[in-house]
Design a protein around this ligand. Structure first.
Ligand code: T4K
Length: 414
């Protein structure tokens, strides 16, 4: 992806500054869309070798060699007793919650991808939405306890953007109140908390290897746990409940990962350090490029921990920037930069939750605020320093030209 010519520096008048912006009639900075979730592709030759081997051996799924190898390498990397790979993280969440015996109500953040809530609702478990910490964007443990009722059976913390939840306070609440604790670690593969890899906290942790994740298997997910019994139950559940040929001992589903996905996952794992290095450099380039722009701040990663840096999340303060997050997204989209509003508008504002809990937003002020402010910017190996410099330049120019952008959007009906 190459950008067109770099834009000229800001001048005093908002209208002049904004003149080059595509939203205001200029030419789009990128001829093709710059996506947020472009997959990282590892060593193609190695992937082809693995795929050829799968085809030669005619073993495509159901506990094949590559699935077992992928599971072993994940377990070794995370330092856990069990890693069970699955067809995606949503099904992995469903299987983990069911195997943990969750029912009734489970406390979850609303500031997450809707899969976290759906995995519960799909099983007639009520997600009870809890507010988040405005700094970490993660479940606020101080708000959890007030939501516990006699029907509560568990808590699901989400390591949003790969930044670990308040693991210890959540663990303390879960122990004190006799609840199960699961982590949705869909964003957090390869990240540490207090120097320990995520994967071994709570009763279990669920990862995603979806195409848009920095480490992908096309579609895919995994549950990590140190609980042998839980791992046994999940193994059965992901394979229809079969304990042996013709012997079904549980109600189960089909949560298996195919050998082709495992081959992709293994090939991604081979390049994991490289992907992280690129993400890290990209994140630093955004931090430098956006520095000093009024009202724009970047969600930071703790440099004392290992992170995968896979999300570049800008927060827009409308008062300081002079334009809101949605206006900035419109500016970027006009330039072909497909920045995304993860996780707007929050699960509580999506169906069926909006109808079930029409007043939920009253208990979720920080979630509501965040969902109006955050914007995910393109990163990953498909994005390089030149693209990032151009994206940052667009943001800088948009903020400098905020009055003209607002006037244009107001004139165009918002
Ligand atoms: N928990 C959390 C906290 C999660 O964030 C997620 C998933 C889950 C659970 C469930 O995990 P999985 O069941 O998916 O394993 C995307 C992903 O589909 C989803 O996996 C992810 N979170 C979520 C945050 O983002 P969308 O609706 O934004 O996908 P889509 O198709 O709009 O793609 C995003 C961007 O990536 C687009 O600009 C296009 C680009 N893209 C996408 C694909 C699939 C590509 O360039 N190539 C591709 O192959 O949800």
């Amino acid at each position: 992806m190459t950008a067109r010519t770099p834009m000229s520096p800001p001048t005093a008048s908002g209208r002049e500054v904004g003149a080059g912006l595509a939203l205001l009639g200029g030419r789009a900075a990128f001829p093709d869309p710059l996506h947020v979730g472009r997959p990282n592709i590892g060593d193609r030759a190695r992937l082809r070798e693995r795929l050829d081997d799968i085809l030669d051996r005619r073993w495509l799924t159901n506990g094949g060699r590559y699935v077992l190898e992928f599971e072993q390498r994940i377990a070794d990397l995370l330092g856990v007793r069990h890693a069970l790979v699955m067809c995606n993280a949503t099904v992995a969440l469903e299987i983990a919650t069911r195997a943990l015996g969750l029912s009734g109500e489970v406390i979850v953040p609303s500031f997450t991808f809707v899969a976290t809530a759906h995995a519960l609702q799909w099983q007639q478990i009520t997600p009870v939405f809890c507010d988040v910490d405005p700094v970490t964007h993660n479940l606020d443990p101080d708000r959890v306890e007030a939501l516990i009722t006699p029907r509560t059976t568990g808590i699901i913390g989400v390591h949003v953007w790969g930044r670990p939840c308040a693991v210890e306070p959540l663990d303390a609440i879960a122990r004190r109140r006799g609840l199960r604790l699961l982590f949705d670690a869909a964003h957090a593969f390869g990240c540490t908390h207090r120097g320990r890899m995520l994967g071994g906290f709570g009763d279990a942790e669920v990862f995603s290897f979806h195409a848009t994740k920095f480490l992908n298997s096309g579609e895919g997910g995994a549950v990590a746990t140190n609980d042998d019994d839980l791992a046994d139950r999940m193994r059965l559940m992901r394979n229809f409940g079969f304990a042996d040929y013709d012997d079904v001992v549980y109600v189960g589903t089909n949560g298996k990962m195919s050998e082709m996905s495992a081959a992709m996952g293994l090939t991604s794992l081979d390049s994991m350090d490289e992907f992280i290095a690129v993400n890290r450099a990209n994140h630093a380039a955004y931090a430098a490029g956006l520095a000093g722009i009024p009202g724009i701040t970047l969600a930071r990663y703790d440099e004392a921990e290992r992170s995968n840096y896979q999300y570049v999340v800008a927060e827009v303060d409308e008062r300081e920037a002079g334009l809101g997050r949605d206006a900035l997204q419109r500016v970027l989209h006009a330039e072909n930069v497909l920045a995304r509003r993860y996780f707007h508008p929050g699960c509580h504002q999506m169906e069926p939750y909006r109808s079930y809990f029409p007043h939920a937003r009253l208990l979720l002020p920080q979630t509501e605020r965040l969902t109006r402010r955050v914007l995910s910017l393109p990163t990953g190996t498909a994005v390089g320093p030149a693209e990032i410099a151009t994206v940052c330049d667009i943001v800088r120019r948009a903020v400098a030209a905020a009055p003209a952008v607002r006037a244009h959007l107001d004139g165009a009906g918002g």
